[in-house]
Design a protein around this ligand. Structure first.
Ligand SMILES: Cc1cc2nc3c(=O)[nH]c(=O)nc-3n(C[C@H](O)[C@H](O)[C@H](O)COP(=O)(O)OP(=O)(O)OC[C@H]3O[C@@H](n4cnc5c(N)ncnc54)[C@H](O)[C@@H]3O)c2cc1C
Length: 472
């Protein structure tokens, strides 16, 4: 059968399942689904398929399995490792399975502090449903308006509240998912305790759509705190910042987030927003953003800890929501400011998301800075300090692979990990051996083969097969 006839047959088959208008064939209709948020990763799909129910997902997957068609599951397409867009050089028939129409969110169970949400519900909608009944969600990050529950589970997303509540994996009390043969597994009962063999949330969290496609999840909620205080603290050295983290963790039960913003990142956002930085610069040191939230005002306790810490050069504190938002944007809008530079220069940013034991953060930043200098690139570094998680963004880099070799090698030597929260995708497959043994990788391969013998679910992700596509 020639390629055109095969596409027509596939189109007819999936249109019979999801409806004609939810199969996107035209180049301009597919385009937004074929290139990732960074502009670095891109590929071609035969079509984009947009199911609305679990049954439709199962039927589409079954058809793809029978005809060995590759499926790229996609939520909000805010992932940063090229895992949600088609592979660059693949010749295999491929569909993007957009999960955004599975966007129904159930009634909040205020007694259990849980809610059931479709995979396509955004993080922002999950939060709105919780806040409408005086509760909150345990996860938050800047892509909240587009990133989906399914994508957040598949990447085991982190964000700023991990310090208090853990990563997305810990928020999933139950999951419903479709396996590669189209069968539906899991449970949305939401029982906090259950031991009946395999735990499906553990299998799907962090495996980037390679083990199963999440269609819905039962999610944990947390108290909504009336009082929130945000502080930006300028520190003389990274070591002082690390000491501050220890003091905050020991003394403040209300601690919600401790983020690191290197001076260059703060300056970049200030320039992007056309406003002055809200705090004195810290040459050679760093800026730490701290948030505390509680049922009573935690600002006095926070100030007491900050005042007692060594190396504090300057502090800006806000409790008023408008002033807090002003401070928070210097952390929240860094990725957006970086994207604006990439758009203006036409050179996609090279992004690494790594974590090391917190005492090694300074040493890693030194290595990362030297790697930038040797490439005459600019390094914009920020991240989640309490977890030793750094986002290293190289602007105008010409040698991303050399930078990765240097930095990821150092990360492994320091006892860290090559992916803290963004995942491996297609971006880091070449370096998995640095943090996983051969036996570990073999076991992962065997599990994947058993669940997906025709290799239809996100081929190329979490396995070293395809070169990285660079958008010219
Ligand atoms: C401005 C900005 C800030 C960010 N900040 C953070 C941050 O602080 N912390 C953090 O962890 N991440 C962050 N990210 C990265 C990104 O938002 C997260 O990885 C997010 O979880 C991706 O969700 P998504 O719905 O966009 O998934 P997509 O990008 O669509 O997909 C990501 C992965 O999940 C798979 N997938 C998607 N839906 C499903 C499904 N239903 N079933 C199975 N697999 C699926 C895809 O195949 C792919 O492997 C940020 C991104 C941006 C652009």
């Amino acid at each position: 059968m020639d390629a055109d006839r095969a596409v027509t047959r596939l189109r007819d088959a999936v249109a019979a399942i999801v409806g004609d208008e939810h199969v996107l064939l035209d180049d301009d209709m597919r385009a937004g689904y074929e290139t990732d948020w960074t502009g670095r990763y891109t590929g071609r799909a035969s079509m984009v398929v947009r199911p609305a129910t679990t049954d439709q997902v199962a039927a589409v997957v079954r058809h793809c399995d029978e005809h060995a068609i590759a499926i790229i599951p996609q939520g909000g397409n805010t992932g940063l490792v090229g895992a949600a867009v088609p592979r660059a050089h693949s010749t295999r028939p491929t569909i993007v399975l957009s999960m955004r129409r599975l966007d129904v969110i159930g009634r909040v169970d205020v007694d259990a502090l849980q809610v059931t949400a479709g995979a396509g519900v955004t993080i922002a909608a999950w939060r709105a449903s919780a806040r409408a009944v005086g509760l909150d969600i345990p996860i938050d990050f800047a892509a909240r308006d587009s990133a989906t529950i399914g994508g957040a589970i598949a990447t085991n997303a982190g964000g700023s509240r991990v310090l208090r509540y853990g990563t997305m994996r810990r928020q999933v009390v139950g999951v419903e998912a479709v396996l590669a043969d189209g069968s539906v597994v899991g449970s949305l009962a939401g029982l906090p305790k259950e031991t009946v063999g395999l735990d499906w949330p553990s299998l799907v969290a962090g495996t980037e759509g390679t083990m199963a496609i999440v269609t819905a999840a039962r999610l944990r909620l947390v108290p909504l705190f009336e009082h929130v205080v945000t502080a930006l603290v300028s520190m003389a050295t990274i070591a002082d910042a690390v000491t501050l983290v220890g003091l905050l963790r020991q003394r403040l039960g209300s601690l919600d987030a401790v983020e690191i913003v290197q001076q260059q990142a703060l300056d970049l956002v200030a320039a992007h927003l056309g406003t002055a930085p809200p705090i004195l610069p810290s040459a050679g040191g760093t800026i730490v953003l701290v948030e505390c939230a509680d049922h009573r005002d935690p600002s006095i306790d926070l100030s007491a800890v900050v005042d007692s810490a060594p190396g504090v050069l300057d502090t800006a504190v806000a409790i008023d929501p408008v002033q807090r938002a002003h401070l928070v944007q210097f952390r929240d809008r860094i990725t957006e400011a970086i994207a604006a530079v990439a758009a203006s220069t036409g050179v996609p940013t090279y992004k690494l998301d790594v974590a090391v034991p917190i005492r090694a953060v300074g040493e890693l930043l030194d290595v990362a800075g030297r790697a930038a200098d040797s490439d005459r690139a600019e390094l914009i570094a920020f991240g989640h300090l309490a977890e030793g998680n750094l986002h290293l963004n190289y602007l105008r880099t010409t040698t991303p692979s050399t930078i990765a070799e240097t930095v990821l090698g150092a990360v492994a030597r320091l006892g860290g990990t090559i992916s803290a929260e963004h995942g491996i995708g297609v971006a880091k497959t070449s370096w998995m051996h640095l943090v996983r043994s051969a036996a570990d990788l073999d076991a992962q391969r065997a599990l994947r083969r058993a669940l997906d013998p025709n290799r239809i679910l996100n081929p190329g992700v979490l396995e070293p097969v395809t070169p990285i596509a660079q958008v010219p």
